[in-house]
Design a protein. Structure first.
Length: 400
């Protein structure tokens, strides 16, 4: 794509300047000038120009409609770590099952690793019709290059119309490489997926412009339609042990498994409390905690409840908590049974990461805090009085 202004016809009215969301246009010497380093070719300036002097040229797609019709099925990348299938894979299989029903097609999982046969049945019980299994000792742990090579070859061979992957550290690194190799569209960090009933294409919804709007994105002309989905956003289906599926084992020549990098070691993060992503109860703190030393009272409450400790971005940016505890758009997405927000105002960026929690308890002395709009229960009070009181009461009740 390219954009240009017919300078001789420009009146310098500055309407395009006001329309540009990226501050990429200036009026200089009574003529509009586009800064191509800032412009992302969104086209917002084109309809704003009354004189029609801004030209946005889009290349003609080279993907033939006949080729698109050859693609069928919904695929899920089954992420495994240290030989154990990760829970995000089951969440995606559940959603894939819903999408496949609307498209009248099958759900397939792609599992890459080594010695994973004991987990295949559960994947089928949880929604997969087929499992494409690639196993080799050199594939036991994730590495970008061989995993990318394998997925590209499988997609080229079997032609799925939709490919889903968890928006995890592994998923984000992997699927972007696959998409660029296949020249496919990719929507990152989706919080919603659906099917357009008429066009039979994937509707991919994600937060945009800092979480201030929810954008629905489509990839109508390229296949597969690819998306990464945040952990804990989708719900896994209940295992059905009567379900039957097909295991399709694939092998490749050794060059496909080659990697220019070498995995030296895997160091697991040592967590004193419960893993944030898997916790049923999370106690989170924000700017209202006042300092890193005050998170100790949240840790005490979390210890009594068997909960994990989370934080807002403000607390992480201030250096009070490690990034691994951050909940929100730029942190982790969680969906615990109970989420206790202490001193968190509730900006949209934080709400995106925890609003799927079944019960939200908000503690904040500001009655106008946005967190109260999504809270199941709200306590307008000083958290430094309420949290220790809750800890003491829970100790008494849970001891009985």
């Amino acid at each position: 794509m390219s954009i240009k202004i017919i300078i001789e016809n420009c009146s310098g009215c500055s309407l395009c300047v006001k329309a540009c969301p990226f501050d990429a246009i200036r009026v200089m010497d009574k003529k509009a000038v586009i800064d191509l380093n800032k412009c992302n070719l969104c086209g917002a300036c084109v309809p704003a120009c009354k004189l029609k002097v801004i030209l946005l040229e889009k290349p003609v797609t080279s993907c033939a409609l006949a080729d698109i019709k050859d693609y069928k099925g919904v695929w899920v990348f089954i992420e495994q770590k240290n030989g154990k299938v990760q829970s995000v894979a089951y969440e995606l299989l559940g959603k894939a099952r819903q999408l496949a029903q609307k498209l009248d097609c099958q759900v397939s999982g792609v599992l890459i690793g080594n010695s994973l046969d004991d987990q295949l049945d559960e994947l089928i019980w949880c929604g997969a019709d087929n499992i494409y299994l690639v196993q080799a000792p050199e594939l036991a742990n994730f590495q970008d290059e061989p995993y990318t090579n394998i997925l590209v070859k499988l997609v080229q061979k079997y032609k799925p119309e939709i490919f889903l992957c968890g928006a995890t550290a592994i998923g984000r690194s992997l699927v972007s490489r696959v998409a660029i190799t296949l020249r496919a569209g990719l929507t990152a960090d989706c919080t919603g997926l659906d099917i357009d009933a008429q066009k039979k294409i994937l509707l991919q919804t994600r937060p945009a412009f800092g979480g201030n709007i929810m954008a629905t994105i489509i990839s109508p002309n390229y296949r597969p339609q690819m998306a990464t989905v945040r952990h804990k956003v989708m719900q896994p289906m209940e295992p059905d042990k009567k379900r039957k599926g097909k295991i399709i084992k694939e092998t490749f020549e050794s060059s496909v498994y080659f990697s220019r990098t070498k995995l030296l070691d895997i160091v697991e993060e040592i967590e004193s409390l419960v893993n944030l992503a898997e916790a049923d109860i999370i106690v989170s703190g924000g700017r209202g905690m006042g300092g890193p030393e005050n998170f100790k009272i949240l840790e005490e409450l979390a210890h009594v409840l068997g909960a994990a400790v989370g934080s807002s971005r403000a607390a992480v940016d201030a250096g009070w908590m490690p990034y691994s505890h951050q909940v929100g758009q730029t942190g982790r997405t969680v969906a615990p049974k109970i989420y206790i927000a202490c001193g968190i105002s509730g900006q949209i960026q934080h709400l995106v990461g925890m609003q799927s929690s079944k019960i939200i308890v908000a503690i904040n002395k500001d009655p106008e805090a946005p967190i109260f709009k999504v809270a199941t229960y709200g306590i307008i009070a000083d958290l430094f009085q309420i949290v220790p009181a809750l800890t003491k009461k829970f100790k008494e009740v849970l001891r009985k």
